[in-house]
Design a protein around this ligand. Structure first.
Ligand SMILES: [Zn+2]
Length: 67
């Protein structure tokens, strides 16, 4: 699992869950992965568009979605 930032090859440690209300139903979640370095950058990108729903550690996201 690699960070979603363009050109980044760092292992992802964060999941950014987002939703574009023009494209997705409200309960749908798209996800981006982020390393520590790019978490803030990617969060801001989604936050400015008001798409960002939550930022969750990758381990927690997996645990939640395996349950
Ligand atoms: Zn990165």
């Amino acid at each position: 699992m690699v960070c979603s930032a363009k050109g980044c090859r760092q292992p992802a440690v964060w999941v950014l869950a987002w939703n574009n209300p023009k494209l997705h139903t409200p309960d749908r979640r798209k996800t981006w992965l982020a390393c520590d370095e790019h978490r803030e950058y990617l969060s801001r990108f989604l936050g400015l568009r008001e798409f960002l729903k939550e930022v969750v550690p990758l381990d927690e996201w997996r645990a939640r979605n395996d349950a």
